[in-house]
Each structure stands twice: as structure tokens, then as C-alpha cells.
Design a protein around this ligand. Structure first.
Ligand code: FES
Length: 166
């Protein structure tokens, strides 16, 4: 296991020190490690277990429960398409299908160029702008096939750089 950068070790220690019991920082610690590794690889899970004083088995249930923690490699841009009732009323299904078809991936898949991973997500709290999606934590509203084409083109061209998820 390679050592973590000092700044990251400091951040992890700060997260753990900020809560009464280390396990209460589990999700934040895993997010921090995910930012470093790109996803929660086994090495990241072992680091989290060490920092939190938990077993990797205990952490596994958290890591696989949260939509925004990834136990498998993901693309540079992770697209969470809302898959809940208001967006359904605004043709979320055809938007999701269009996105998957355009990128040539099944739901949960990553495009061949490694840029995009498409995932369904429970309501992302932007119902008044349905149908919606998040890309690396940024909202994209009132989706249409044309809007999706434009967003993907911007991301491919590097003219749009969404923030990484927390
Ligand atoms: S139902 Fe889609 S954002 Fe709430």
C-alpha cells in the first residue's frame, strides 16, 4: 500500500477529530479517499478502515449503499440521471435511454473513451426543473436530447468543467 499524501492524511485526521466517534466520519472519509483514488478501490477501503478503526466489511455496506460512492472505476464525468417520480412525468425514461444510446453504454456503464459513467439516482432535489441530471455534482436542468448533445459536446471539448463530487 503506497503512503497517502500528507495533506490527505491531515484532512482525514481532521474529519475524524470533528465527530464524537470515528465511525460517524465514515462517509466523509470515504469521499475524501475517493477524490484521491478516483473511486473506492480496495486500497482506499483499507485506508478508510485504518483511519476509522473499522473493518473493511463494515465499510463495505456504506460504500455500496450511497449512490455517490463508487466501488468500481468511473469515468471522468459521472452522470447521475434522476430516476424518480417527477422526472418520470417529464419523460425521464426517454432522456435516460437517449443518454445511454448516445454514449453507447448500458445503465451503470462507462463510455469507451473513459469520459462518462451513467448512473440512475433517486430524486436529486431539483424536481422543479425536471427532467434533471447531475454531472460531478452540478445540475443540468430541463433535459432534452438537444440539451444533452450540447452538454456532452462542451464536456468533450473541455469548455465545461463541473466540480468533482464532494
Ligand atoms: S424527481 Fe427528479 S429531481 Fe426530484
Amino acid at each position: 500500500m503506497s503512503p497517502l499524501p500528507t495533506e490527505l492524511e491531515t484532512e482525514l485526521a481532521r474529519l475524524v477529530a470533528a465527530v464524537p466517534r470515528p465511525r460517524e466520519a465514515a462517509v466523509d472519509v470515504m469521499y475524501a479517499l475517493q477524490r484521491h483514488y478516483g473511486y473506492l478501490c480496495d486500497e482506499a477501503m483499507h485506508c478508510a478502515a485504518r483511519v476509522l478503526g473499522m473493518t473493511t466489511l463494515e465499510l463495505e455496506s456504506l460504500a455500496t449503499f450511497y449512490d455517490y460512492l463508487y466501488r468500481r472505476p468511473v469515468g471522468r464525468y459521472v452522470i447521475h440521471v434522476c430516476d424518480s417520480v417527477v422526472c418520470w412525468m417529464f419523460h425521464q425514461d426517454s432522456i435516460f435511454d437517449y443518454l445511454c444510446r448516445t454514449l453507447g453504454v448500458p445503465p451503470g456503464g462507462t463510455s469507451e473513451d473513459g469520459l462518462f459513467t451513467v448512473l440512475p439516482a433517486a430524486c436529486i432535489g431539483n424536481c422543479h426543473n425536471a427532467p434533471t441530471m447531475l454531472i460531478n455534482g452540478r445540475f443540468y436542468d430541463r433535459l432534452t436530447p438537444e440539451r444533452i448533445d450540447a452538454v456532452l459536446a462542451e464536456l468533450r471539448a473541455g469548455t465545461e468543467e463541473p466540480v468533482r463530487c464532494k
